[in-house]
Design a protein around this ligand. Structure first.
Ligand SMILES: CC(=O)[C@@H](O)[C@H](O)COP(=O)(O)O
Ligand SMILES: NCC(=O)COP(=O)(O)O
Length: 239
């Protein structure tokens, strides 16, 4: 079993929106990265539509033939969109509306009843569920209680520590992945993963099913080219 690469295209929408037109075209970009080898497309339509717009989620649906992952805080408007679009997977993220980016995982104990209800709604509609969590064992065990198919390990702290030379920061993620595997919860990961840290991360994490990568991948592509970078990630994931 190898780890799938899902390309988060939020930053393409950021660039598009900056001039008010349709360049770069988001749909064409999603078609192209799949052709280059991406095994999924991830988007994160935020309530203020600062980058991905709700209409983008609809426009992308017919052209995503790999895995389609829509991330977001399950406010009613988001839930309605996901149920309408029917992606492969929905990833629930407890974002504050004004957050500059995703910056925390779910408290799966405190929000057990809410998450149980929301997850059941998506699963009853045939959509695979994942929830964004910090690498804390109790949160993984809470994830089992709410019935999610998968978790997404929030990897910002790992990425930051790894960049400082502290590779031991991987340990909580290893422990949580082991526990998730024991509980038969699928393991995804994302946030600040990059060409610098991905090979080490994927080597150490047991049963890693998917990584979703956007900010670093798009930034690296400015220098190395998107087709080249997608294949660099694929090679590191399959090594
Ligand atoms: C949940 C997560 O860490 C990312 O998927 C998120 O989509 C990043 O959002 P921005 O692209 O708005 O920073
Ligand atoms: N879920 C993580 C994601 O989709 C992309 O996060 P990042 O690579 O933009 O930090």
């Amino acid at each position: 079993m190898s780890t799938k690469l899902s390309v988060n295209i939020n930053k393409i929408a950021t660039l598009r929106n900056s001039r008010g037109g349709d360049v770069p075209n988001l749909v064409q970009f999603a078609k192209d990265v799949q052709e280059y080898g991406a095994e999924g497309i991830t988007i994160h339509p935020r309530p203020d539509e600062r980058h991905i717009r709700y209409q983008d989620a609809r426009d992308l649906k017919p052209i995503v033939y790999t895995e389609y992952n829509i991330e977001g805080n399950p406010i009613q408007k988001f839930m309605d969109l996901v149920l309408e679009v029917q992606p492969t997977q929905v990833t629930l993220v407890p974002d504050a509306v004004d957050a500059i980016t995703s910056n925390a995982g779910w408290d799966t104990i405190k929000h057990k009843d809410f998450l149980t209800e929301v997850i059941a709604e998506f699963k009853n509609n045939g959509i695979r569920t994942s929830i964004f969590v910090d690498p804390v064992i109790e949160m993984i065990e809470g994830a089992k209680e709410v019935g999610t198919d998968r978790i997404e390990l929030y990897t910002e702290e790992f990425a930051h520590q790894y960049s400082l030379g502290n590779s031991k920061a991987i340990q909580p993620y290893v422990d949580c992945a082991v526990r998730a595997n024991e509980l038969e919860i699928g393991v995804n990961a994302g946030h600040d993963l990059s060409l610098d840290n991905i090979a080490f991360f994927v080597k150490e994490i047991p049963g890693l099913l998917e990584v979703s990568i956007g900010h670093a991948l798009i930034s690296e592509s400015l220098y190395l080219g998107i087709e080249n970078v997608v294949n660099m990630y694929l090679n590191k994931l399959k090594a």
